[in-house]
Design a protein around this ligand. Structure first.
Ligand code: 4NP
Length: 150
């Protein structure tokens, strides 16, 4: 099993969206028996919370299940448990490195560095633009999926 963990600041907007979207993609590619997916926050602010209503609405719009998405915080142990730890922005990457104690480790990746973009996924908690988040996360997930197309 390849284990993938998406990480953002709150685990209620971007990373649960990425978790749900990547899981949906794996289902379509018949890869759920090979790859597992989870998400977590660098902060403790929304432990036990459901995703933000903007994330739920956009998942619903694209007919993607939001079942089982509950906020949790990244732990040091996650570094050993997961093969890929994918952050949404540069600040996530710094915080992931601090929490796990592994700066500059190749398994810690910023999502859009897997694409032709060299940029962060903007935080829709502040921008309010969940469609932009969806579009960018989709690009990242498609680039990361084994067949590269989604
Ligand atoms: P996320 O967005 O990191 O994409 O889940 C945020 C969610 C909550 C907060 C900030 C960003 N907050 O300040 O509570």
């Amino acid at each position: 099993m390849i284990k993938v963990l998406f990480v953002c600041l709150g685990n209620i907007c971007r990373s649960p969206m990425a978790e749900a979207m990547f899981r949906d993609l794996l289902k379509k590619e018949n890869l759920t028996n090979k790859i597992t997916v989870d998400s977590a926050a660098t902060s403790s602010w929304h432990i036990g919370s459901p995703p933000h209503k903007g994330t739920l609405a956009i998942l619903n719009k694209y007919n993607i299940s939001s079942g089982g998405l509950v906020g949790r915080q990244l732990t040091k142990e996650d570094f050993e448990k997961f093969d890929y730890i994918i952050g949404m922005d540069e600040s996530n990457i710094k915080n992931i490195s601090a929490i796990t104690g592994y700066p500059n480790h190749p398994k810690i990746i910023r999502l859009l560095d897997l694409t032709d973009h060299n940029k962060d996924v903007p935080d829709p908690y502040y921008t309010g633009d969940f469609q932009e988040t969806y579009d960018l996360v989709l690009e990242g997930c498609q680039a990361f999926s084994p067949n590269g197309t989604g």
